[in-house]
Design a protein around this ligand. Structure first.
Ligand code: PXG
Length: 295
C-alpha cells in the first residue's frame, strides 16, 4: 500500500488520517487565521519566499504572532515536501490563532497553530485552459478594505464561497466579484486581467482584491513581452467588450475566460495574448531560480 501523506502540525508529522486540530482552535471556531496555497513544480516550490512573506504580512495585519521565523517557515515547507517525496504538488500553509476557549478574544489563544500540508495535485490541463471558462458576475460584493479586507489572506472565505454558490447554481464555471462601487475586483480565488487593443489592464488591489503572486509574475512576463500593463478601474461593460479576459492564481495558474454573464468574450476562444502568457508562465514555473528547490 502507498504510504500515507505526512502532515506537519507544530513541528511534528502526523499521517493524513490522524492530522487533526482541536474543535477549540480559533481557526475553526472563528476563521481566525491565515493561509497560503503554493504550487511545487518539478521539485521546486514556486515563489515560496513571496508566499511566506505574504503570509507574515497577513498575520501582522491581524496581530497574529507566528512562532517561526520566515526562514524557519520556508524550511518547514521544504522539509514537508521532501518527507512526502513530492515533485509536482500543492502546498497549503495554514496558521491559526490556536487553541482557545469559546470566546472570540484572541488573548485566550497563547500559541498559534502552524500546519503544512503537501498533497498531490490534479492538473486541469484540458478544455478549461485551452478553450476558456464561463463566468458569472455575482451579486456578492468584495468586502471593502476597511472591512474584512481581501488584502489579508485570512481563513474567512465565506464571501468567495457565497459568490461560488451563485456561479454553481447558474451553471457558470466561476464567479467574478465586484467591489462596493461596482468595479470589477477579482474572482473567488483568482485575480483578473483584460486585454483591449493589445493593452492589458487589471483592477487595483484597493478595490478589494488580493495582491496575487501569480498576477505579479504574469505582469512581469507581459511587460517583458512588450505589452503595456495598466492598473485601472474595470467596469462590467469593459469586461463584456474586452478582446480577452483571463484569471490568474496559484491554483488556477492562467485560465482564459470565454464568457461573462452569457456575453461572449472576443471570438469565444483563448485569445493570442493569453496564449503567449500561458506559454511563458509555463516556462517560468519550470525555472528552478523562481522558487526554492527541495531536492
Ligand atoms: N484572489 C484571491 C481571493 C485568492 O484567494 C488569488 C486572488 C490569487 O493569488 P495568488 O497569489 O495565488 O496568485 C487568490 C489565491 C484554493 C486556493 O485552494 C486559492 C488560492 C490560491 C491557492 C489555492 O482555493 N487563492
Amino acid at each position: 500500500m502507498e504510504q500515507e501523506l505526512q502532515i506537519y502540525i507544530d513541528g511534528k508529522y502526523y499521517p493524513k488520517s490522524e492530522a487533526k486540530v482541536s474543535v477549540y482552535d480559533h481557526g475553526f471556531l472563528y476563521g481566525d487565521g491565515v493561509f497560503e496555497g503554493i504550487r511545487v513544480y518539478n521539485g521546486t516550490v514556486f515563489k515560496l519566499k513571496e508566499h511566506v512573506q505574504r503570509l507574515y504580512a497577513s498575520a501582522h495585519a491581524m496581530m497574529l504572532k507566528i512562532p517561526l521565523s520566515q526562514q524557519e517557515m520556508v524550511q518547514a515547507v521544504v522539509d514537508t515536501v521532501r518527507k512526502n517525496q513530492l515533485k509536482d504538488s500543492y502546498v497549503r500553509l495554514v496558521v491559526t490563532r490556536g487553541l482557545g476557549d469559546l470566546g472570540l478574544d484572541p488573548r485566550k489563544c497563547p500559541n498559534a497553530t502552524v500546519i503544512v500540508i503537501a498533497d498531490r495535485i490534479v492538473l486541469h490541463e484540458g478544455e478549461a485552459k485551452t478553450k476558456g471558462i464561463t463566468t458569472l458576475v455575482s451579486w456578492v460584493r468584495r468586502n471593502p478594505v476597511d472591512s474584512t479586507s481581501p488584502e489579508v489572506k485570512s481563513l474567512n472565505y465565506l464571501n468567495s464561497i457565497m459568490a461560488k454558490i451563485e456561479a454553481n447554481m447558474s451553471g457558470a464555471d466561476e464567479a467574478i466579484c465586484l467591489d462596493k462601487n461596482g468595479y470589477v475586483a477579482e474572482g473567488v480565488g483568482e485575480n483578473l486581467f483584460i486585454v483591449r487593443n493589445g493593452k492589458i489592464s487589471t483592477p487595483p488591489t484597493a478595490t478589494g482584491a488580493l495582491e496575487g503572486i501569480t498576477a505579479k509574475s504574469v505582469t512581469k512576463l507581459a511587460i517583458k513581452l512588450g505589452y503595456e500593463v495598466t492598473v485601472e478601474n474595470i467596469t462590467p461593460f469593459m469586461l463584456f467588450n474586452a478582446d480577452e479576459v483571463f484569471f490568474t492564481g496559484s491554483a488556477a495558474e492562467i485560465v482564459p475566460i470565454r464568457q461573462v454573464n452569457w456575453r461572449q468574450i472576443g471570438n469565444g476562444n483563448r485569445g493570442p495574448v493569453t496564449e503567449k502568457l500561458v506559454d511563458e508562465f509555463h516556462k517560468l514555473t519550470r525555472d528552478p531560480t523562481q522558487g526554492i528547490a527541495v531536492y
